[in-house]
Design a protein around this ligand. Structure first.
Ligand SMILES: NC(=O)c1ccc[n+]([C@@H]2O[C@H](COP(=O)([O-])OP(=O)(O)OC[C@H]3O[C@@H](n4cnc5c(N)ncnc54)[C@H](O)[C@@H]3O)[C@@H](O)[C@H]2O)c1
Length: 252
């Protein structure tokens, strides 16, 4: 893909799954990557893997729900590499997703924590990254989900957080597009990550494949490819969009 060589990228939530695949792909395309994650060891492992492949990367332990911590993540990019071109806001707190039920029964602390990481954290990434991105006409790609618009009967906090991300993304594109900023979101379908590949029951995988217009479920690399494309010069005229990468599970 064109135009990624020597760009500086932050991947917020890059220690595993989709974020890790995106960090690796961005580095393969020539970008320098700051891999941030709550799990500092996981982030370090991805940065090391990129370095061993001949790429440039550094890892940062940070917490998406903490304003100062997100600020320090962005500051590492500025202090180490002199600026920021690309922000991929990707982290999600799945630690208690099974308690995220419906609006009558969900514990409010689960709702609050989900929004603190999955929505407020994306606001924090935007607030810290934008002033730097404006200096270089940079781009933001947020990871959202079909849960934002399909109307699931459960996981109310998750769906609300992802819907909020879509609104945030459209706001950023509308407010700063004329100043050279591009903001987009990628909505993955069911992607098998190292955490979920062996834990999702086969029956559910078969059900989920059946929902697609495809022959398989998603791989982290499928999403990484779209994020990287949106950051590249090949995606230069795409702004304010939610792009579904889900094997046709949703048709819009
Ligand atoms: N995997 C799927 O099927 C799927 C489908 C739709 C959307 N998504 C979205 O894709 C994104 C990545 O999901 P994934 O499946 O790769 O998940 P994952 O759990 O493998 O990766 C998420 C990363 O975020 C990190 N993280 C969690 N809380 C954090 C915090 N407070 N601060 C910093 N980092 C934190 C985790 O440590 C982890 O490395 C999420 O936004 C998720 O909602 C995933």
């Amino acid at each position: 893909m064109r135009g990624l060589n020597n760009k500086v990228a932050v991947v917020a939530g890059g220690g595993g799954g989709i974020g890790a695949a995106t960090a690796i792909r961005l580095a393969e395309e020539g970008a320098t990557v700051v891999v941030g994650d709550l799990d500092g060891g996981a982030a370090q492992a991805i940065a090391t893997r990129i370095q061993e492949n001949g790429g440039r990367a550094i890892s940062v332990q940070f917490d998406m729900s903490d304003d100062a911590s997100v600020g320090s993540l962005v500051k590492v990019a500025i202090d180490t590499y002199g600026g920021l071109d690309l922000m991929h806001a990707n982290a999600a707190d799945f630690s208690q997703i099974y308690l995220d039920t419906d609006v009558l029964t969900v514990p409010l602390e689960i709702f609050d924590r989900t929004l603190a990481v999955n929505l407020r954290g994306y606001v924090l990434c935007t607030r810290h990254a934008l002033p730097e991105l404006l200096k270089r006409r940079g781009a933001i790609v947020y990871t959202t989900s079909a849960a934002a618009y399909i109307g699931e009967p459960e996981r109310v906090s998750y769906g609300v957080s992802k819907s909020g991300i879509n609104a945030l993304m459209r706001h950023v594109a509308s407010r700063w597009g004329k100043e050279g900023i591009r903001a987009n979101a990628v909505a993955p379908g069911l992607v098998l990550t190292e955490k979920t590949r062996d834990t999702i029951p086969d029956e559910f995988k078969a059900y989920a494949i059946n929902l697609t217009r495809s022959t398989r479920l998603g791989e982290p690399a499928d999403i990484a490819a779209m994020v990287t494309f949106l950051f590249s010069d090949d995606g230069a005229w795409i702004n304010g969009q939610v792009i579904s990468v889900d094997g046709g599970a949703t048709l819009r």
